[in-house]
Design a protein around this ligand. Structure first.
Ligand code: NAD
Length: 391
């Protein structure tokens, strides 16, 4: 397909780990990878169950010989093929990000990985060291950073339209774990409440990391310390399903983060509000094409995607005129498009196009530090806890 600058793109040959029949996010990745015609799915280790892996490959149009029964085998075989994959998407449960990410990075294959980066901070740091040493490409799918209105918000904050940032309120509330969905056959619930698979955090890792990442993306603030109160409300559950976290940022800004999966009435209730000396921004994920901007002392303004006042970084990632809704899949696709731009730039020896903003391994490590600090704080009766021990 032709690019905006008139160049011609050769689709990136993509492999996938996880995402077989019955999985949730793998299907989203496949759609996102196709929206801008920049990828072609040619290989996969789609499931830990090899019959399901083969059946999934057939359904997804992947040749039988490239339907692998393990990611290790896939990394070996694909890196030896002249037409081997040029990127891999890792869409397995949290404890199965590290192994595949390491295997593909070591095989020299760029990685597009789901969040949270890993189940343990040590693993995240090891992956970061591998990426740094190898110069490998690592894209983390904190997909909410792909929304045009979040790019807009980021650009407005950076242009100091709000002045110095004082307060950040972020909440990510869902209700699907209000009862024991893990006992009624939800595969998605089962591993999320299991510390062996999800890691030491429940809702905090699952959605709290998105909230933390989006705050960092939009405001550019560095989180210094947290006071966290993590709770597992549902009887018998071993991981948190509701989290209250106070935030202190470098430079004096303060914030509060609420993540909950036991909040009836909330489907994907992800909201971000940022307040500065001169004004405020507000956004809600379920109305993703709208951003409220209130310059202090003036009437509120409803900014719309691709509408009047749209900033360059926002229109750059919009696909259709204002008024037609774009949302979750398109935001996800923007991360994929930027990944394709980066892979192609490497292929051709060019630099990554300016304005490319996909989340990286460093964002993943930062979110793991956030989780780790919250766990330490909550275990000490919500005591203020620094993300890093060095002052
Ligand atoms: P899921 O349970 O629906 O899917 C997991 C898939 O991994 C299944 O296909 C399973 O068969 C496969 N799998 C398990 N072990 C495997 C192995 N050894 N080899 C190959 N495949 C294996 O889970 P999900 O809800 O799709 O979540 C997967 C990941 O995506 C998690 O890390 C989650 O945090 C993340 N996620 C991100 C978002 C987002 O918005 N960015 C949304 C949902 C989930």
């Amino acid at each position: 397909s032709a690019s905006a600058n008139g160049g011609v793109h050769m689709p990136v040959r993509l492999g996938m780990v996880g995402g077989g029949q019955g999985a949730f996010i793998g299907a989203v990745h496949r759609i996102a990878s196709r929206i801008d015609d920049r990828f072609r799915l040619v290989a996969g280790a789609f499931s830990s169950d090899s019959a399901r892996a083969k059946a999934s490959a057939a359904e997804f149009g992947v040749e039988e010989e490239r339907a692998y029964s393990s990611y290790e085998e896939m990394a070996r075989a694909e890196s030896a093929r002249p037409d081997g994959i040029e990127a891999v998407s890792i869409v397995t449960p949290n404890h199965l990000h590290f192994g595949p990410a390491k295997a593909f990075l070591e095989a020299g294959i760029p990685v597009i990985c789901e969040k949270p980066l890993t189940a343990r901070l040590e693993d995240a740091l090891e992956l970061q060291a591998i990426v740094q040493a190898s110069g490998g490409l690592f894209v983390l799918t904190h997909n909410y950073t792909g929304y045009p209105m979040m790019r807009q918000a980021r650009e407005m904050v950076a242009a100091r339209e709000l002045g110095q940032i004082r307060v950040v309120q972020v909440e990510y509330a869902q209700d699907w774990l209000t009862e024991r969905a893990e006992d009624s056959g939800s595969r998605q619930a089962e591993w999320r409440v299991d510390p062996q698979k999800a890691g030491a955090a429940g809702a905090l890792g699952d959605i709290g990391t998105h909230a933390f990442n989006l705050v960092s993306f939009v405001t550019g603030l560095t989180l210094e310390s947290v006071a966290a109160d993590l709770t597992a409300f549902v009887p018998g559950r071993r991981l948190d399903d509701n989290d209250h976290v106070m935030l202190r940022f470098a430079g004096g800004a303060k914030g509060m983060l609420w993540a909950s999966q036991v909040a009836p009435g909330h489907e994907n209730g992800f909201s971000l509000r940022v307040y500065g000396e001169r004004g405020a921004l507000g956004w809600h994920q379920e109305q993703p094409n709208h951003l409220w901007f209130t310059p202090f002392g003036e009437p509120k303004r409803l900014l719309t995607r691709n509408g009047p006042g749209a900033r360059a970084s926002s229109t750059r990632v919009s696909r259709i005129p204002s008024g037609h809704p774009e949302g979750y899949l398109e935001g996800f696709a923007t991360i994929y498009r930027e990944a394709a731009d980066a892979i192609e730039a490497r292929r051709n020896g060019n630099s990554i196009p300016p304005g490319t903003l996909f989340p990286t391994i460093d964002d993943g490590v930062e979110a793991m530090r956030f989780i780790d600090a919250c766990l330490r704080s909550s275990a000490q009766d919500s005591r203020w806890t620094r993300l890093r021990s060095d002052p």
